[in-house]
Design a protein around this ligand. Structure first.
Ligand code: GTP
Ligand code: MG
Length: 145
């Protein structure tokens, strides 16, 4: 039998980077002027996702983000997101590449803007793909018995 797991996408990051705005922009296809502190968890039905898998999107709070970061080894694929690309004139790839090289658990990186709706659906697609078709090591050596 073919197993079809649900995908869970968690948005983690420093305060005010735009986690909630990214989710609201994806859902409403427009930039919200005012956002709540946290978005409700949303579930995207399988038939409207590119990979046909039910996908849950969770807006992590700062506290959860700290806890996440402190976990010894998460074993989950990461997408490095540079939001607010509308505010910068040049690409931040120079900053991003050394981080990518240091952290092999980062599957890919994407520059986006919740405000301009740039790369928003792509970002969530990359996250979904990273779970379903990971390229990096998925296990943590420290967790082996
Ligand atoms: P916390 O939940 O408080 O940690 O913040 P957050 O990461 O959820 O960020 P939030 O979505 O609340 O956005 C913070 C501020 O950045 C708000 O004033 C947003 O309007 C603004 N913002 C979010 N995304 C963008 C973007 O792509 N471009 C610009 N220019 N501003 C943005
Ligand atoms: Mg928020």
């Amino acid at each position: 039998t073919k197993m079809r797991k649900d995908v869970r996408i968690l948005l983690v990051g420093e305060p005010k980077v735009g986690k909630t705005s990214l989710i609201m922009s994806l859902v409403s296809e427009e930039f919200p002027d005012v956002v709540p502190y946290r978005a409700e968890e949303i579930t995207i039905p399988a038939d409207v996702t590119p990979e046909r898998v039910p996908t849950h999107i969770v807006d992590y709070s700062v506290l959860q983000t700290v806890a996440y970061r402190n976990a010894a080894c998460s074993g989950v694929p990461l997408i490095l997101v540079g939001n607010k690309s509308d505010l910068v004139e040049h690409s931040s790839m120079e900053t991003i590449l050394p981080i990518m090289n240091q952290h092999t658990e980062i599957e890919t990186c994407v520059e986006c803007s919740a405000k301009n709706l740039k790369n928003i659906s792509e970002l969530f697609y990359y996250a979904q793909k990273a779970v379903l078709h990971p390229t990096g090591p998925l296990y943590c050596p420290e967790q082996k018995e």
